[in-house]
Design a protein around this ligand. Structure first.
Ligand code: ADP
Ligand code: ZN
Ligand code: ZN
Length: 724
């Protein structure tokens, strides 16, 4: 009988909790347990048994009930989670809460992991024969008349079937059942003959199966990275192992799932935060059971159990979506490497624009680099041209040369993408009479004009107000939108090209789950069209008839206060440019700027991303910025400025003495006010990670104990990827 159970609970406290074992059952590490907590109950994960109690046994409460007879989280996952919680300074319980789908954090038995099937009951058959139902009910009864169908099949044939199914089940006409998942082998589709570089990449990673080895697969969009992943996953499946493939966004998942399924002929389990909680829990449990062998997911899928792990792939590894920016601030790419090491499997990081962190790791010999330089489908890489827009007559921000390029393209019957990374109509609304402009009262930043909604919206805090008709200061009716967002470009291009479809793709036009896919599906054919959009358009989505990418403005990115802005800008420009000319037609890219001589743009366009990245890395090394130093950012905010200042001053004073740390601040955040809260920060830097991490836990505990901490909201961000 163990003395105590040490339990991780999903509460934001940096501690574990001790309980006496429950009345029945033998607790094991990795199992869930229901415990009393405060005035309620919580589901926790047993982290240790037999531990020495930190307080007298007499003061310990008893756990109520064991929820699992065997570990739900295996020892590798437990270890990796403990590592992650420690490294990113998470509360241990929060790390476990991130790993477990919500449905598994409830005190209920585990859901069955078979496939969900629906069929007619006898009553249902009679009702169908009697023809007494109409509409969706009728449709569903007809669909099921030939036999049971899985939820997945129903989703494909009749989205929205669930409402009718519930109604009919309620009256006893339908029944739901679970069956073990079938690996319905689809005939695997034909794989292209890999070119030399692809073969070398597959051979290199293939030779490392069964051991930990990170690879950086460096190849632009369209260079055939996915074909390399597919060939490797095939090998892994042949060995009876599991493969995990991470993509940065849900938007990229559907097309990748289709491609994986068609090629590999196995079920691809999908894990992302847009799934229903039940589906998510089932997918997670199937991975744990080993029945899911190919798992595709976004950031949080990095916490999937992989008892038969064979390979981990992180696609678009440079993407900042891999970093969680709230709560438990982990980085899924970095966690992939930790798990790869623990699981003894190779980790492939793929990107056409690798992060400077990964490039530095490759340079230091920690990663092996594999290059894909040839573009299998395309004739040649797109031609890039800078348009000097100084002193040009602009049409809603677009220069004559840019518009001419668009006209040329659509004139040939091809498609053009006009890129502007800014939603809305205009980023500023200005009074021409008195100089007033509309600012967010809660952030002190300009409000964005959204003309279609007749609103001014703050893109930082979502504050909204009606569009004023006259200037609130001087009463003049001369309010002028300044600058351009995608909405304005859409309007201007529609006016210029009235006979062509102009499609806008940004967060506003694609709010619905599948709207993005549908919008892009309309472009699959060979008709001329113009696409206007934000960075949503930068990735994935093969549009064979798209031959021009026109970049309207990137100048904001050239003078940001964030030292990572240049890296991001270079990545974005290259990714967007990569949309042009993916099929047999050659592509063209035009980029208009007021700073045609800017060194970053020059080197990017003359020598490509690799050269620009080398220069950026040299700069970082010179001034000792990451990846050549390590940072931790303490952020604090509160309704009152003084409370932030007091807390940060106390936090500063609580730092250990010594010359290992460079300290910047306390200082206001780059955005000192947001959503009505004052924001400040303290940045710690050290040349060596150990110097930093050695003191962090103690400091974090000291901060928790500060009286000033109670008046602010604060967080620690290890390896922050932005300083906002
Ligand atoms: P990436 O993942 O780097 O964007 P993909 O693997 O999607 O690139 O390849 C881009 C296109 O080229 C796809 O349509 C793919 O089927 C095709 N392709 C990739 N490799 C080859 C090859 N060796 N031979 C012929 N076509 C290929
Ligand atoms: Zn005015
Ligand atoms: Zn605001």
């Amino acid at each position: 009988m163990p003395a105590v159970l040490r339990v991780a609970l999903p509460v934001p406290l940096p501690t574990l909790f001790d309980y006496l074992p429950p009345p029945a059952g033998e607790a094991c590490v990795g199992a869930r347990v229901l415990v009393p907590f405060g005035r309620g109950k919580q589901v926790g994960v047993v982290v240790a048994v037999d531990a020495e109690a930190t307080v007298g046994r007499g003061r310990l409460k008893q756990a109520l009930r064991l929820l699992d007879d065997e570990p739900l989280l295996d020892s590798e996952l437990m270890q990796s989670l403990a590592w992650a919680a420690d490294y990113w300074l998470g509360a241990p319980g929060e790390a476990y809460a991130n790993a477990l789908p919500l449905a598994l954090r409830e005190a209920k038995p585990l859901p069955a992991i078979g496939d969900e099937y629906w069929s007619l009951t006898d009553a249902g058959r009679s009702a169908r024969d009697a023809g007494s139902r109409r509409g969706a009910s009728r449709m569903l009864l007809d669909l099921l008349a030939a036999g049971a169908l899985s939820a997945q099949e129903l989703n494909e044939r009749h989205p929205g079937w669930r409402v009718a199914a519930r109604r009919l089940a309620g009256t006893g006409l339908l029944e739901r059942s679970e069956r073990p998942p079938l690996d319905r082998p689809l005939p695997p589709s034909f794989a292209p003959q890999l070119n030399d570089e692809q073969q070398q990449a597959v051979a290199a990673v293939g030779a490392s199966l069964g051991q930990y080895q990170p690879f950086l697969l460096d190849g632009v969009t369209g260079s055939g990275k996915t074909e390399v992943y597919l060939a490797l996953i095939e090998q892994v499946l042949a060995q009876g192992k599991q493969a995990l493939l991470l993509v940065p966004e849900i938007g990229l998942a559907p097309q990748t799932v289709r491609r994986l399924r068609q090629r590999l002929g196995v079920i691809v389990e999908v894990l992302h935060s847009n799934l229903s909680e039940g589906d998510r829990a089932r997918a997670w449990l199937r991975a744990r059971a080993g029945t899911a062998r190919v798992i595709l997911g976004t950031r949080s899928a990095m916490f999937t159990p992989l008892p038969q792990a064979g390979l981990i792939i992180v696609d678009e590894e440079h993407d900042s979506a891999y970093k969680q920016q709230e709560g438990f601030r982990y980085h899924a790419r970095d966690l992939a490497l930790v798990r790869g090491r623990a699981l003894d499997v190779p980790v492939v990081l793929g990107s056409g624009t690798p992060s400077l962190e990964s490039l530095a790791n490759a340079e230091a010999g920690r990663y092996r680099t594999l290059h894909l330089r040839a573009r299998p489908g395309a004739t040649r890489p797109p031609q890039v041209q800078i348009i000097d827009m100084r002193a040009q007559r602009l049409e809603h921000g677009m220069s004559p040369a840019l518009l001419a390029a668009v006209a040329d393209t659509v004139g040939r019957g091809e498609q053009a993408l006009v890129f502007r990374n800014r939603r809305g109509y205009a980023p500023v609304l200005l009074c021409h009479a008195c100089g007033w402009h509309a600012d967010c009262p809660r952030c002190d930043r300009p409000l964005t004009l959204h003309a279609g909604r007749r609103q001014l919206i703050c893109h930082h805090c979502d504050y909204r107000q009606r569009l004023p008709l006259v200037c609130p200061t001087c009463g003049a009716g001369d309010l002028k939108p300044q600058g351009q967002g995608t909405e304005r470009l859409e309007e201007a291009l529609t006016a210029q090209f009235p006979l062509l479809p102009v499609l806008r793709v940004d967060r506003e036009t694609t709010r619905r789950r599948d709207a993005f896919e549908q919008l892009l599906a309309t472009l699959k054919d060979d008709q001329p069209a113009i696409l206007v959009g934000t960075q949503m358009l930068a990735k994935g989505h093969d549009l064979p008839n798209l031959t021009l990418v026109a970049i309207v403005g990137v100048d904001e990115g050239l003078h940001s206060v964030d030292f990572r802005a240049s890296e991001r800008l270079a990545q974005l420009v290259v990714q967007v440019a990569g949309r042009a000319g993916r099929a047999r037609k050659p592509g063209r890219v035009v980029l208009q700027t007021h700073q045609p001589e800017h060194p970053l743009l020059r080197s990017l366009l003359a020598h490509g991303y690799a050269a620009a990245a080398r220069e950026l890395l040299a700069e970082r090394q010179l001034i000792q910025l990451p990846p050549y130093s390590h940072q931790v950012l303490l952020r604090a905010d509160a309704p009152q400025r003084e409370h932030v200042d007091e807390f940060l001053a106390a936090a500063h004073a609580a730092l250990p003495q010594g010359d290992q740390l460079q300290i910047a601040g306390p200082m206001p955040a780059p955005m000192p006010l947001r959503a009505g809260r004052h924001r400040g920060q303290l940045l710690l830097e050290a040349a060596h990670r150990r110097a930093l991490h050695g003191m962090l836990r103690a400091w974090q505990l000291a901060l928790t104990a500060l009286p000033a901490a109670r008046r602010v909201r604060w967080s620690l961000d290890v390896d922050p990827i932005d300083l906002y």
